[in-house]
Design a protein around this ligand. Structure first.
Ligand code: GAL
Length: 684
């Protein structure tokens, strides 16, 4: 059986760097971890030099010594490939392995992730070191799993080296075959960008105002993703040849310009996420007005869950953030480590590994605190983690449970990447996703992100009563076919403005908008506009509820006999024009809304479509608390998480057992600052 994420119990781990400490500390460290309830350590992700100190000289003497001790102590180990930090001898002798900025200046040795995925030289060195490590430790009894690289696409996720341009050309040749196809797809006739030869094409270079061709950019993001995935796949394939059957392969994420879904499917057993909610309290990130603060990390956890329904946290916050160059942050307050640990678990994590055991006493991250401070003495944070370990035993039955959601928010990589470069697209997209997430949080409505790609099935979509696809700007026939089947079988689908105006290359379509979504939504869009700044907020009236149609407005007209106008604009020159259309389609309903979703608008949709507060008849929480639900064997586990430094009141509408206290509770209850309670009840 797999050592972690096996549906049996929760497991705690920590990130350990034996190379940062005198060997005399190892044994005591391992003993103390075990006494704290930590059973797993992750090691070696930045330790290339200890394995290959000079080109071609391999030695496992250091890690053999350490692993022997770990095994003797009964400590389980996740061993990493060290490819995130190529050594100085390598970058010095083979500068072509380095990544470059858009001007072609190389990122030099001294930080991390300074390499590029496409250098044949780097690929060869990586293949060899992964092969050596996997064959050396593949059957090691201490090793339970493997982490590939570290945080793929973190720090830098754009690549501009010469190897990247060469690989990009190859990628494009395979995709388009003939350069004329590429010219058409990229609309290069515009501004005289036509290419005669593949050699004339580069990864996007500096242009006036960085206004690069948008179709070129979209393919570039696809290419970066492809390069990263292949790099991970290359390593995974090697490790699988040597590792034991129950050992797992993972990587820690999750980062941009990367199809994490395809990467997980083709290379990993499950995804792990690095969760640092304390970023919300760093001086440089602090958003006074955003009341969600550390609760925003639930959005990333929901993203991780879309990759692996039950996942791990490879790095969970256990101390203050801090690099010497940025991120000045307070230490977690009493209760916050527990809160953030439970936040991860509430969203589907069964393995939690704290970053890091001891705080490093040198280097860029010497202010990034781990569990222990510099001296290593016992402290409050260590005690809190020991208590967490006790709590995990009392909730072991939840391990393996699936997050339960009836609302889904649809996404896809084509639109994510298109919105990265295209500001018009980005503006509606970021506004709606932020509002939807906040509204779902405030109304205690558990939701999932659902990614649309070739693998998505109707069955997956049918788990949800309501799906939001806020701005499916790029639509394909396959995705529309799936959405039509979902609605026609009884689902409710909500689409927002700007749906369907682009094709897969990111070019505008000449169809009547919303293009491929016109039939499903019973909607026609004769005219559209950005919200004029001097119009202020454009509002619409939906049966007496005033909703904002933010950022951009499609002026709608119903088509066909099943389409009905639910709301009309009440401001600007288009007051009176339809702003929301509902089309009955088969057994279901498709809604087309002419704006981006403001917070109150998102709430209104959740309420009017009957999706808000699905557990309101059991548990009433204040807005400052999150509700997350995991479900297993006919039981539901309702996690109530209080994110604020004040005690708050909640109300149980029925008798439920609280798992930590084992008490039956009903009526008004109090939640202390940062407290988490878990209520067990029969599935409704
Ligand atoms: C993560 C990374 C760790 C450490 C941590 C704190 O991004 O994987 O190695 O750097 O952040 O900065």
């Amino acid at each position: 059986m797999r050592a972690i994420i096996n549906g049996e119990r929760f497991v705690l781990g920590t990130c350990y760097y034996p190379e940062h400490w005198e060997q005399s500390l190892w044994e005591e460290d391992l003993d103390r971890m075990l006494r704290t309830g930590i059973e797993v350590i992750r090691i070696a992700e930045f330790a290339w030099n200890l394995i290959e100190p000079r080109e071609g000289e391999y030695t496992y003497e250091f890690f053999d010594r350490f692993l022997e001790l770990a095994h003797k102590k009964g400590m389980k180990v996740i061993f990493c490939t060290p490819t995130a930090t190529p050594p100085a001898w390598l970058t010095e002798n083979y500068p072509e392995v380095l990544n470059a900025d858009q001007d072609g200046n190389l990122y030099r040795h001294g930080a991390r992730r300074h390499y590029n995925y496409n250098s044949p030289v780097y690929q060869k060195f990586c293949r060899t070191i992964v092969e050596k490590s996997a064959s050396h430790y593949g059957s090691s009894p201490a090793v339970i799993g493997w982490q590939i690289d570290n945080e793929v696409n973190c720090e830098l996720n754009e690549f501009y080296s010469e190897s990247d341009s060469a690989a990009f050309r190859q990628f494009l040749m395979e995709k388009y075959g003939d350069i004329e196809n590429l010219n058409r797809a990229w609309g290069t006739i515009f501004w005289n960008q036509t290419y005669n030869e593949w050699e004339e094409i580069y990864v996007p270079r500096k242009t006036a105002h960085y206004t690069n061709n948008p179709h070129h950019m979209l393919d570039y993001y696809r290419f970066v993703s492809d390069s990263a995935r292949k790099f991970v796949r290359m390593q995974a394939d090697i490790i699988r040849k040597y590792c034991k059957n129950d050992d797992f392969i993972t990587t820690n994420g999750i980062f941009g310009n990367l199809d994490n879904h395809q990467m997980t499917r083709e290379s990993l057993d499950f995804m792990t996420y690095d969760s640092y909610p304390n970023f919300a309290y760093c001086l440089d990130d602090y958003e006074e007005k955003n009341f969600l603060k550390d609760r925003k990390w639930s959005r990333n956890l929901a993203e991780t869950r879309s990759l692996s329904p039950v996942f791990g946290i490879m790095e969970q916050q256990s101390g203050a953030n801090g690099w010497t160059t940025r991120m000045e942050a307070p230490t977690p307050r009493p209760g916050q480590i527990t809160l953030w640990t439970m936040q991860s678990i509430a969203h589907g994590a069964d393995f939690i590994s704290y970053f890091r055991w001891r705080t490093c006493i040198f280097g860029t991250e010497m202010y990034w605190h781990g569990i222990l401070d510099y001296s290593g003495r016992d402290n409050r944070r260590l005690k809190e983690i020991q208590e967490i370990s006790g709590k995990l035993s009392s909730m072991a039955e939840i391990a393996g449970a699936r997050y339960a959601a009836k609302v889904g928010v649809l996404k896809d990589y084509d639109n994510i990447w298109d919105a990265q470069h295209d500001h018009w697209h980005q503006r509606v997209d970021s506004r709606s996703h932020k509002s939807l997430f906040t509204a779902l949080q405030m109304t205690h409505t558990p939701f999932d992100y659902v990614y649309l790609d070739e693998q998505t099935t109707l069955e997956e979509l049918q788990k949800y009563e309501v799906l939001f696809y806020p701005h499916g700007v790029i639509l394909t026939d396959e995705r529309m076919g799936l959405l039509e089947s979902y609605v026609s079988a009884g689902g409710k689908l909500v689409m927002g403005c700007r749906t369907g105006y682009k094709d897969i290359f990111g070019r505008c379509v000449m169809d009547h908008l919303p293009g491929k979504a016109a039939a499903l939504t019973g909607t026609d869009i004769p005219e559209y506009s950005f919200v004029a700044p001097d119009d202020g907020k454009v509002m619409a009236d939906w049966d007496g509820t005033q909703i904002e149609a933010a950022v951009f407005n499609d002026l709608l007209a119903p088509t066909g006999e099943n389409a009905e106008v639910l709301a009309r604009y009440t401001s600007s020159y288009y007051a009176g024009t339809p702003a929301l259309i509902r089309n009955r389609y088969g057994k279901g309903e498709a809604y087309y809304f002419g704006g981006a979703f403001a917070l109150d608008t998102a709430k209104a949709f959740l309420e009017k479509l009957g999706a808000a507060e699905p557990y309101g008849s059991r548990l009433v929480l204040p807005e400052t608390c999150e509700l997350a639900v995991r479900e297993k064997d006919g039981w539901q586990y309702l996690f109530a998480l209080n994110y604020v430094s004040q005690a708050v009141k909640a109300e149980l509408k029925e008798d439920m057992c609280e798992l930590f206290s084992k008490e039956q509770m009903c009526g008004e209850i109090e939640m202390s600052p940062y407290e988490v309670k878990i209520f067990k009840c029969k599935r409704q």
